[in-house]
Design a binder for this molecule. Sequence first.
Ligand SMILES: N[C@@H](CCC(=O)N[C@@H](CS)C(=O)NCC(=O)O)C(=O)O
Length: 215
Amino acid sequence: MSPHRPVLYSFRRCPYAIRARIAVARAGVACELREVLLGDKPAEMLELSPKGTVPVLALPDGMVIDESRDIMVWALTQSDTDGWLGTGLEAAPELIRRNDEDFKPMLDRYKYFERYPEHPQAHYRDEAGAFLTDLDQRLATHDGGGLTGRRTGFADVAIFPFVRQFAGVDRDWFDGTPWPNLASWLKAWEANPLFLDVMKKYPVWQPRTEGEPFP
Ligand SMILES: N[C@@H](CCC(=O)N[C@@H](CS)C(=O)NCC(=O)O)C(=O)O
């Protein structure tokens, strides 16, 4: 690994990795990005973080950060031009906890419903949808600006990739839902150059080679 740059192990479509990449990119921290395949994780990454999830950030001083929220906090602590860390300080942790612990498992059931034959797909969609109704109402109280305040904050960045994944399961159905604030918020994020930049395609990292410069 390069002794000077942090190394970010990532998987392009992973919502946890997307939230980490957005924060790292916004902070402008120059990294080496190593795109991994979830079915063939590099030994180098597993040595650093045996739990085997992406994203993983390895810092030049030997510190390893292997939780996406912690990577976001680390990156924004380096530089937080838009004040994301300080926006919605009270509400953000619980909202992100609900996203990660309650919404995400239901989203997985909705997306991969064949693996969960106990209920039809619509059941999982509606269970997950309850969280989205809440997000839509939150946005309404903030004039559409953000989930935890009138402007974008940490929670928006942390939660957006998961809402995007939910919408992508059945876009026609999503477009017909009564969540106007959430729909506009999602559209704005999907068109945000920061998001488009971090969704650039990288070749899969080959061990003993240099990864790609990021951002
Ligand atoms: N709590 C972790 C979750 C990360 C996570 O679950 N990432 C998925 C990919 S989206 C993963 O690496 N799964 C392991 C696997 O599929 O083998 C974080 O926030 O970083």
